[in-house]
Design a binder for this molecule. Structure first.
Ligand code: ASP
Length: 323
């Protein structure tokens, strides 16, 4: 087994520190929307779509739904929406949730045949007395709302699944892009309204019916306009265990910066889980209600996309373990 070195990689830490200082320059706590951030590098295109709405004075909630619709409908992204890798039965099941600055939230889990689960989650929030719909019920609701039923299993995803079936071993690997990688997005608009969304096809080759952190309010996403928001990617079972996004928001509420809050949650996770954390990846992304951004992961490899004042770029997150 590889030895573990429990330290922050300085290079990455420096790049995040410079990002933080860039974003935090100016009067402390000055509202500085619009800003949009999202997990991974495919967040760049998603951010650009969200930015088109934010920069013209649009609502953050509209911006994030449009933003994540880009990877959701991209068949080349094998971890979100159309073209997402299926479960072990060959079924593409999608998870998503959404939350606004006033604690309104909606979620769908294990939703099949609908390309845009984040948009459905928004309607769960706006049009039902519930927060979460799953499986058949979520599908029925989506169809009633006018969404089209489509086959989400692309030939490429089907071929990958058939290849996997030859050994049928379920081994979630950190940062193996073809295995998982959710898009979580947080946006602050010109009127300082904060909103967040998280959408995914979940872990490839999962058991049918498995639901990860991504549609769970408090795990994959949490937003409170009084404080800020957080979202995650990585192994959902671990995120749920620590109510990851809610923990980050609560750490910010207690006075930590977005960056320090992400670090504190990962450090506490590692302290509590010790060897059980081995080989797992947990990636946190946060933004406070003034637009200051933080990101941190357990292991190397987490990148995120930031669009602030129209400059859209991918940044490396600092991380805890050198392995
Ligand atoms: N968190 C997602 C899940 O467990 C996967 C990922 O973000 O990589 O379903």
């Amino acid at each position: 087994m590889l030895s573990r070195k429990d330290f922050i990689k300085l290079g990455a830490a420096v790049s995040v520190a410079s990002v933080a200082s860039k974003l935090q320059s100016g009067t402390p706590n000055r509202k500085k929307g619009p800003v949009v951030v999202s997990t991974w590098d495919f967040g760049m295109e998603a951010n650009a779509a969200a930015w088109a709405i934010l920069s013209s004075g649009g609502y953050s909630l509209d911006a994030i739904v449009e933003g994540v619709a880009v990877p959701e409908r991209d068949p080349k992204v094998n971890t979100v929406g159309l073209g997402g890798f299926p479960d072990r039965d060959g079924r593409v099941t999608l998870d998503a949730c959404i939350m606004d600055e006033q604690l309104n939230c909606g979620s769908v889990a294990c939703l099949e045949y609908i390309v845009h689960p984040a948009a459905v989650a928004r309607l769960v929030m706006e049009k039902t007395p519930h927060v979460m719909l799953t499986g058949e019920g979520a599908l029925r609701f989506a169809l009633e709302q006018g969404f089209k039923k489509e086959n989400l299993l692309t030939p490429q995803a089907e071929a990958a699944w058939k290849e996997w079936l030859k050994k049928a071993e379920y081994e979630p690997k950190p940062n193996w892009e073809l295995n998982h990688d959710t898009i979580g997005m947080l946006a602050l608009d010109q009127q300082s309204r904060l909103a967040g969304v998280c959408t995914t096809s979940g872990m490839a080759w999962k058991m049918h019916g498995r639901v990860g952190d991504s549609p769970i309010i408090g795990a994959g996403l949490y937003v409170d306009g009084e404080v800020g928001g957080a979202t995650c990617s990585g192994l959902g079972e671990e995120m749920i265990r620590i109510a990851a996004s809610h923990s980050v928001v609560e750490a910010m509420r207690s006075g930590k910066s977005a960056q320090a809050a992400c670090e504190a949650v990962i450090r506490r996770y590692y302290k509590r889980r010790g060897d059980k954390a081995h080989g797992k990846q947990l990636c946190l992304l946060a933004m406070d209600n003034a637009g200051n951004v933080g990101a941190f992961s357990l292991m190397p490899g987490f990148v995120y996309s930031v669009n602030c004042n129209g400059t859209n770029e991918v940044r490396k997150a600092a991380y805890l373990l050198d392995e």
